[in-house]
Design a protein around this ligand. Structure first.
Ligand code: HEC
Ligand code: HEC
Length: 444
């Protein structure tokens, strides 16, 4: 017991020593200013962060929303409307899909944020390696025809649900340089150090950039994620969908639907199949640009206001027990004008040189909760997950990648592997301190 306490004291001391070392990174961006935040109250109109023109709320009985033709040249209110539209078969919905609109899953507490909706992935192990289920690892829950609703066999032994992630403030995350992420991870103690992924940017000829979006950090750009989501969540083909690893300049980009894995085998459902009446690509890319720019133009989730006294007391405990090693408090976005996303996007003034508090390192870790699924970063990532940003966490109550935990306490108890020390340190606190730390998390 005594040794445990001594080790804990030593660790806390070591953590305190490391603090000043990590501070210079926070002042790296000279003249950096705090990012704008939303109060996380849908009754207040405060989502827009100043990237692009704001426009006026769309009334489609009067005028249809106009999507951008390139990133940044549309209007926020039009983009928000397009993000909130429900698609139907004539728009290209399905044949297999998960829901009818981005906002159906990204909705609470405001457009773009969170919901209890989950997607489902499956595969099996062959020769020690994860292999996608026939027809693809994403098993859709819905279909436009009962003949294409997906049913996997018992051979698919690796199965995982993934709950929706909020997209609010994602524009700032997109504007973090690779170097900022690399420096942060390099400063972590070796035993807890995160792994950064290198993933293709679909709109930049598949050039690699450090991933930061999704439970596996499987995307680096919002345009690539939006194109992927339009196909994979809604069944709408587009040149940014990345299907079969195609970049947007591939002549075949956006021409293939997800095959349906049915009990009778894998069905090709791409137009002109009997299941799909709409020629591909089903979206010319305009909607995808609207989704990306809507998300990029949202403010970061702001702190609870006022901050309760317990949360203020828990603030320093979050760092001293070691949570902030992975749940990184501060980053500064790249300066305005910096070319990112393989050169396809220049950091806009509204998003450049901004101080953000995402409480994530955007790196993969094995904390013992791994789901066995491999996406685009290789077999070694099967049991790793990206540290989820904790900003805005007070507005959701389904936690961890499967969304099966409802208390912060339970989520912390699931931290093992690389997060064992932090969990043990948490459990060594007094009951009052543990409550304060939880109050701090719930003030984010
Ligand atoms: C069926 C529900 C559903 C629909 C519809 C949906 N999403 Fe998502 N979204 C999710 C889930 C689940 C995740 C986490 C997926 C993962 O990482 O495995 C996610 C993650 C994301 C992320 C990553 C956020 C982050 O910060 O890491 C972005 C961006 C995103 N979605 C954009 C979109 C867009 C754009 C649309 C519409 C084209 C859309 N989503 C439609 C459920 C949905
Ligand atoms: C070694 C890195 C690491 C450390 C240290 C760490 N976490 Fe995490 N945390 C993660 C990862 C990775 C996940 C996602 C795991 C999953 O979903 O299976 C996570 C998930 C969470 C979640 C759920 C978030 C959500 O959106 O569902 C909370 C809450 C959380 N951590 C709080 C803490 C607290 C509090 C501490 C300190 C006691 C801590 N973490 C320490 C890596 C870490």
């Amino acid at each position: 017991m005594r040794t445990t306490l001594q080790i804990l004291a030593l660790l806390l001391f070591a953590a305190a020593l490391c603090l000043p070392l990590s501070l210079p990174r926070a002042v790296e961006g000279q003249g950096a200013t705090e990012a704008l935040t939303t109060d996380m109250d849908a009754k207040t109109d405060d989502l827009f962060n100043g990237f692009g023109a704001v426009g006026t709320p769309v009334d489609d009985c009067v005028a249809e929303p106009v999507p951008p033709t390139a990133r940044g040249n549309g209007r926020f209110e039009d983009n928000k409307f397009i993000f909130s539209e429900r698609e139907n078969i004539e728009d290209g919905l399905g044949p297999t899909y998960n829901d009818v609109g981005c906002v159906e899953c990204h909705q609470s507490v405001d457009v773009g944020a969170f919901s209890q909706s989950m997607e489902f992935r499956a595969g099996h192990i062959t020769g020690g390696s994860f292999v996608d289920a026939p027809g693809g690892q994403l098993i859709h829950v819905r279909g436009t025809d009962s003949d294409v609703v997906e049913h996997i066999s018992t051979a698919e032994t690796v199965k995982a649900f993934r709950i929706t992630l909020s997209t609010l403030g994602d524009g700032y995350i997109e504007c973090l340089s690779n170097t900022a992420l690399q420096n942060n991870v390099a400063a972590q103690p070796a035993a807890q150090r995160g792994v950064l992924t290198a993933v293709p940017v679909v709109e930049a000829g598949n050039q690699l950039r450090i991933g930061r979006f999704g439970w596996k950090a499987q995307h680096a750009s919002l345009l690539s994620f939006a194109g992927d989501a339009y196909l994979n969540e809604m069944g709408i083909t587009n040149k940014f969908d990345g299907f079969n690893g195609r970049s947007s300049d591939d002549p075949n980009a956006g021409t293939t639907e997800n095959p349906a894995s049915t009990a009778e085998g894998v069905l090709n459902v791409t137009f002109p199949s009997p299941f799909d009446p709409v020629a591909d690509p089903e979206d010319d890319g305009g909607d995808v640009l609207a989704f990306a720019d809507f998300m990029a133009a949202t403010r970061a989730p702001g702190r609870q206001n006022p901050i309760p006294a317990a949360a203020t007391r828990g603030d320093s405990l979050f760092t001293s027990v070691g949570c902030a090693v992975c749940h990184t408090r501060n980053f500064i976005t790249a300066p305005a004008g910096t070319l990112i996303n393989g050169g396809a996007f220049a950091v806009p003034a509204a998003l450049g040189n901004k101080i953000i508090h995402p409480f994530s390192d955007f790196a993969l870790h094995n904390i013992g909760t791994g789901d066995g699924i491999v996406q685009n970063a290789g077999q070694s990532t099967a049991n790793q997950l990206r540290t989820p940003p904790l900003w805005g966490i007070r507005a959701r109550n389904r936690l961890m990648h499967e969304g099966l935990n409802v208390t912060i306490f339970d989520a912390i108890q699931l931290h093992a592997g690389q997060a064992t020390t932090a969990r043990n340190n948490f459990n060594s606190l007094t009951a009052a301190q543990r409550n304060d730390l939880i109050a701090f998390v719930l003030s984010l």
